[in-house]
Design a protein around this ligand. Structure first.
Ligand code: F6P
Length: 548
């Protein structure tokens, strides 16, 4: 049995057939209260989803689906620390990282709140030591540069956040990231820092990820080439990991380990000690603000009725568009330059979480689960792929994200930026009819022949759904809210679709395969085995490498 056998799912399928006959614009014509009905306001935030192809029945049926999926029970289980990551037999407790740590939260007899409080205190103290210049490098100089080495969830959150919030930074540190095993990246980073004043943070939940370990080893060699003495490592390397044994084997001082726990998923971990680059670069108080913003959304998600619950609504819209209306991708369009790494972050958050094809029991589901997530800063997208959004023959639902007050207000820029965002969302929904095109061309004095030739190309069908987030301003607090909204959307989506959101077996597969081929590349002679394409590619590479 999959979700599609539930009565509410079947009712939604039937309802989707009706809604596909409607235009979103017409829904506005028949409901003067549509914006009020399909938008939610919270202090500092407006979420408008009235430009989606839904009506009151759609949302009522999703409320029924939620009930038939025991949605509220699952939500309570997550917040209580039950092992809802069933394939890895783990709790899912990123929410514990930003809750009030004075309130105990017992998981298997251990108070995780206390564990979190201890690590936060350690981070805070470390930030003070680095910022005050008390923490010194091997030549007794204070730290000026942070190099964070990690990949996936151990990179994207800190990188996206420090990029977004650099206007709020209170430290005079620089921050750099190395995630790719492509040596060009770490080489560039190492070229741009002064090793005597650089602190490396090796972030890896498992401390076995080969890309991260390769970069970490390169960084150690670089330090030792300059310092000539292993004692320098303790002054320049700290680690964030659950795997203390591997970290100490690697050579990092046990005192320099910041703990994390297996109940924090990598892609939900920026609130944990994985956020150390954020706290160091922006300042610990800013990191706390980020946690506070997320906590606000945790409370909203737990307490708001479903019809006003933003993450739940976001999840319903995604399931509606993807599983019922057959939209295969979703575009994220931030109209805020500082959010330029948000799409990359959300790609991992949503696609690694819900890009699955079996339900909790392991049965193949007979519906689309998640769309492909893609996107770009809105204005850049307008001059690149919006043509496809407006006139392509695939409908791509869009999330627009903007703010009322820019971080840096440069004369008229912000009004122009936001005017573009509103205009694009309106145009996607309303389109331009053939009649409008023809009358506009006629007004320009075009002949009938010219009009017949051009008109079909200028028609915009419209009826392309979008949602819009309008924040007062991007701040550490509101960015915390934004990220937590998407996190809880992803959880809700997983429950509605019945997919295990918190494992990533599809990624584990690739990790093992690459190790085997790496060994074959290093070995003498031609490889045998594999399919003929892979075998020939490996042999071609081996025959030709080191020749230029
Ligand atoms: O990308 C796959 C993944 O397993 C992610 O889930 C994780 O965030 C990333 O690898 C890095 O893993 P680790 O923190 O263990 O190095």
């Amino acid at each position: 049995m999959t979700r599609s056998s539930l009565p509410a799912w079947q009712a939604l399928q039937k309802h989707a057939e009706d809604m596909q006959q409607q235009s979103i614009k017409a829904l506005f014509d028949t409901d003067s209260k549509r914006f009020e009905r399909f938008s939610v306001q919270r202090p500092g935030l407006l979420f408008d989803y009235s430009k989606q192809n839904i009506n009151q029945l759609t949302m009522a049926l999703f409320a029924e689906l939620a009930e038939q999926c025991q949605f509220t029970d699952w939500r309570a289980k997550m917040f209580a620390g039950e092992r809802i990551n069933i394939t890895e037999d783990r709790s899912v407790l990123h929410v514990a990282l930003r809750r009030d740590t004075s309130q105990p939260l017992l998981v298997d007899g251990t108070d995780v709140s206390q564990q979190v409080a201890e690590q936060l205190a350690k981070m805070k103290q470390f930030c003070q030591q680095v910022h005050s210049g008390q923490w010194r490098g091997y030549t007794d100089k204070p730290i000026r540069h942070i190099v964070s080495i990690g990949v996936g969830g151990s990179n994207l959150g800190p990188e996206m956040t420090t990029n977004a919030l650099k206007a709020y930074k209170t430290s005079d540190l620089t921050v750099h990231y190395a995630s790719n095993v492509d040596g060009n990246q770490i080489a560039d980073v190492l070229d741009s820092v002064d090793i005597e004043t650089t602190l490396f943070i090796i972030s890896s939940k498992t401390f076995t990820t080969s890309e991260t370990m390769t970069n970490a080893n390169t960084a150690v060699k670089h330090l030792l080439a300059a310092a000539g003495d292993k004692s320098a490592i303790a002054k320049h390397f700290v680690a964030v990991s659950t795997n203390t044994e591997k970290v100490t084997q690697f050579g990092i001082d046990a005192n320099n380990i910041f703990d994390m726990w297996d109940w924090v998923g990598g892609r939900f971990s920026l609130w944990s000690t994985i956020g150390l680059p954020i706290a160091l670069y922006l300042g610990y108080e800013q990191f706390e603000q980020l946690l506070q913003g997320a906590r606000d959304i945790d409370q909203h998600f737990q307490t708001a009725p479903l019809e006003k619950n933003i993450p739940f609504i976001m999840a319903c819209l995604s399931v509606w568009n993807c599983s019922f209306l057959n939209a295969r991708s979703q575009v994220i369009l931030p109209y805020d330059q500082v959010l330029h790494r948000l799409t990359a972050y959300l790609q991992q958050a949503e696609m690694e979480s819900n890009g699955k094809h079996v339900n909790f029991a392991g049965d193949t589901v007979d519906y689309n689960t998640v769309p492909t997530i893609w996107g770009e800063i809105g204005i850049n997208g307008q001059h690149a792929f919006y043509q496809y959004l407006h006139q392509g023959n695939n409908i791509v639902p869009a999330d627009f994200i903007g703010s009322i007050t820019p971080i840096r207000d440069i004369e008229q820029h912000h009004d122009i930026l936001i005017a573009n965002m509103f205009a694009q969302a309106e145009a996607l929904m309303c389109g331009v009819s053939e009649q409008e095109v023809r009358s506009s061309l006629a007004k320009q004095g075009k002949s009938d022949d010219e009009i017949n030739l051009i008109a079909p190309h200028k028609v915009h069908q419209g009826n392309r759904p979008s949602s819009m987030f309008l924040f007062d301003k991007i701040t550490p607090y509101s960015l915390g809210q934004l990220i937590a909204l998407y996190e809880h959307k992803i959880f809700s989506q997983g429950i509605l679709l019945e997919v295990c959101s918190f494992d990533q077996w599809g990624v584990e597969l690739g990790k093992g395969l690459a190790n085997n081929i790496h060994a074959e590349i290093l070995a003498e002679g031609e490889v045998s085995g594999h399919d003929s394409s892979t075998r020939s590619l490996i042999n071609f590479y081996k025959a030709n490498k080191n020749q230029s």
